[in-house]
Design a binder for this molecule. Structure first.
Ligand SMILES: [Zn+2]
Length: 685
């Protein structure tokens, strides 16, 4: 190869390599396999060695420099670095909005929202287009020089396409799957303080003196701020959106999950949507909230800063959080259906403001899959209303004293041999005291009987005052006075709430009894089915009506699958079920028939809907309400019974299956059109 050819080849390779790197590191998208990227890099190194005259400090081969000796140098920031105040709910966002409007003396403010990356804040200095320094935030005035590590972020240009001098800030992070890889094969001999999460690992990595460590861990950067001392761009960059466009021109990587809203209520909707772990499950980098900023840079400058934080922005924090703690023991709990749940007893740990000392391992199958041992350091997650769960042990922190968890072969409460399949172990004893107790908890919870919590039920059982759910209505003031802590007022409050709940809807009865696979939605479908078939009737007639039905009748209930139908049918066949309803009749509990609206003239009358994905303009519950208010019926699984699938963003398997079955699919716009809802455009652009 002559010199001329070599030069052309080098340029071509650098260009192709950069494209591949950009796709992979900015968008998690592979346009060529990793092995091909490595091969291109290798060829480039060979050519640059052979023809050193074409060597360039900004070649993708030149990212890893020599290790630093001693400590990281301190650097004084050119302008102070501020952090963001946190908000945790809609009310706090509204207060922020009020503060902004009061300060600016305006009626309306536009806000930009972007996903908040959970990494390390880094400020970059470019001089005449060349990356010269990367500095940590530090105390906001003085940070540490981590240029050698940040240069290994392959998605960050070390040379800009224009010779600009400017300061930009952003987040250095490690992608979720790189984090998992590193935790499983730490490889490097460098000791780490702990691999708790991607942020800790990124923080530890940028501060390593040898840039080879950073290179091996695939650091990436996304930028989100152009410093106010980069004033020469003011004409072009007037708000967050134009700033990102400016970044695009310069190949500076940034977040794509970005939107601008005309008022705070839309911002709240956006934040709440993202707070649902299900909604953000496909995001491949670590995120922990939404950054809400006043969109216009001129207004931002007017607002300024407090001592530590920017006044024009706040960070909405997601409620979910993961922490690690020690697993002290595992208890085995028998639920109302007999399923045995392993529950981890933890060294107490604070997660999102509450102290967690127990977390579920779900079932025997999950417990084995996670390979957890007693004494392990485990990662615990609490997300919204979900019961805290043990995600995984941190194997590196084992010291040899950990012991295996022995799953019991007999029910821990009644002692009969557990019935087990690959995943779940179950106590099939209908008289098991644990199942009995759990059923009562469930019944009280579904019926929302004030004053009847788990502790009260425990006490009532202990005192032999209750047996079946119906026996609750046999309690009198003298019985309740025996319950520890029950003084006059508590006694009468509970009696009052029991009297108030003597009439129960059929849906409440079916779901309160804890029939396997029959939750609130299915219970409603069965209740509607009974009403449709027999009209309104007294509870004492229920069993004789049920006796006229065959398994086949339940298999044809709209929206009910085979497993659920058969489980419900079996329940009705059991001897003890007839007895159970007799006990309710004995204490005068009866069915509450709610007024039925005439739905026949409504637009969705007779149509069956299924909902999947998430929606911009409504929450799921709002959507369901609109459908039922318009006479439609909601089903819970895909079948040929479904007339319309309403599919939002990120619709998953239901959409694919509906397509296969030829079900009509409406997107959000179509749906709005059908019900005559005029949607305002969410984004201003
Ligand atoms: Zn048992």
């Amino acid at each position: 190869m002559d010199k001329n050819e070599a030069q052309k080849r080098i340029e071509k390779l650098r260009e192709k390599l950069w494209e591949a790197i950009k796709a992979y590191f900015n968008e998690n998208r592979e346009i060529v396999p990793e092995s091909v990227r490595d091969q291109m890099k290798k060829e480039l190194i060979e050519l640059e060695t052979q023809f050193p005259e074409f060597m360039d400090a900004n070649s993708p081969t030149q990212r890893v420099g020599a290790p630093l000796s001693g400590k990281l140098p301190k650097i004084t920031h050119k302008s102070s670095k501020y952090s963001l105040g946190d908000v945790f709910d809609a009310e706090e966002l509204r207060e922020f909005d009020e503060r902004v409007k009061r300060f600016l003396k305006v009626e309306k403010v536009e806000y930009s929202c972007e996903v908040k990356i959970d990494g390390i804040n880094v400020t970059l200095w470019y001089e005449k287009g060349v990356l010269v320094k990367a500095v940590t935030r530090g105390d906001g005035k003085i940070g540490e020089d981590i240029t050698h590590s940040i240069r290994t972020c392959e998605n960050l240009p070390t040379q800009l396409s224009e010779p600009l001098t400017m300061e930009v800030s952003g987040e250095c992070f490690i992608a979720q799957k790189d984090f998992e890889d590193i935790v499983q094969n730490p490889g490097s001999k460098v000791p780490e303080p702990g691999f708790k999460n991607p942020r800790n690992l990124a923080a530890g990595t940028v501060r390593q003196l040898d840039p080879k460590v950073a290179e091996s861990r695939h650091l990436r950067m996304f930028l989100y701020e152009l410093s106010s001392n980069s004033a020469e761009f003011e004409l072009e960059v007037t708000n967050q959106k134009s700033m990102f466009e400016f970044f695009d021109k310069l190949n500076l990587p940034h977040e794509k999950e970005f939107e601008v809203f005309s008022n705070i209520e839309k911002v709240i909707k956006f934040c709440e949507q993202w707070s649902d772990p299900e909604y953000r499950k496909d995001v491949w980098y670590p995120i922990d909230g939404i950054v809400v900023k006043v969109h216009d840079f001129g207004l931002r400058r007017r607002m300024g800063y407090t001592a530590k934080t920017a006044k024009y922005a706040v960070a909405w924090k997601f409620p979910a959080e993961e922490k690690y703690t020690k697993l002290l023991d595992v208890h085995f709990q028998v639920g109302r259906t007999g399923a045995v749940t392993p529950v981890g007893i933890l060294e107490p740990v604070d997660i999102s403001g509450s102290t967690i000392s127990r977390a579920t391992l779900h079932n025997e199958g999950e417990m084995k899959r996670k390979k957890v041992m007693i004494g392990d350091t485990v990662i615990v997650r609490k997300a919204g209303e979900i019961i805290p769960e043990i995600l995984a042990p941190i194997n590196d922190l084992r010291n040899g004293s950990e012991t295996k968890i022995a799953f019991p072969s007999n029910c821990p409460e009644c002692g009969i041999k557990l019935d087990r399949d690959e995943i779940i172990a179950r106590c099939e004893n209908g008289k098991c005291p644990a199942r009995h107790r759990e059923s009562l908890y469930h019944f009280a919870k579904i019926l929302k009987i004030d004053g009847l919590g788990e502790k009260t039920i425990d006490a009532l059982l202990e005192l032999d005052l209750i047996t079946t759910p119906a026996s609750l209505w046999k309690l009198d003031q003298y019985d309740l006075a025996m319950v520890p802590g029950f003084k006059h007022r508590k006694v009468f409050n509970l009696l009052d709430s029991l009297i108030a709940r003597k009439y129960l809807t059929l849906t409440e009865i079916f779901s309160g009894l804890g029939i396997r696979h029959v939750g609130a939605e299915n219970a409603k479908l069965f209740a509607d089915f009974f009403r449709g078939k027999f009209g309104e009737f007294k509870l004492k007639k229920l069993m004789s009506h049920a006796a006229t039905l065959k398994a086949d009748d339940f298999l044809h209930v709209d929206g009910i699958g085979e497993k659920v139908a058969l489980s419900f049918f079996d329940f009705l066949q059991e001897d003890r079920t007839a007895h159970l309803f007799d006990t309710f009749v004995d204490v005068d509990v009866d069915i509450l028939w709610e007024e039925v609206k005439d739905l026949s003239s409504l637009p969705f009358s007779g149509q069956k809907f299924l909902i999947t994905g998430s929606f911009e303009a409504f929450s799921r519950d709002e959507l369901k309400k609109i459908i039922t208010d318009n006479g439609g019926k909601i089903l819970s699984s895909v079948s040929s019974n479904v007339d319309v699938l309403v599919a939002g963003e990120k619709a998953g398997s239901k959409l694919t299956k509906a397509d296969e079955l030829g079900v009509t699919v409406w997107n959000e716009d179509t749906f709005c059109g059908k019900v005559g809802i005029v949607r305002e455009k969410q984004s201003l652009f």
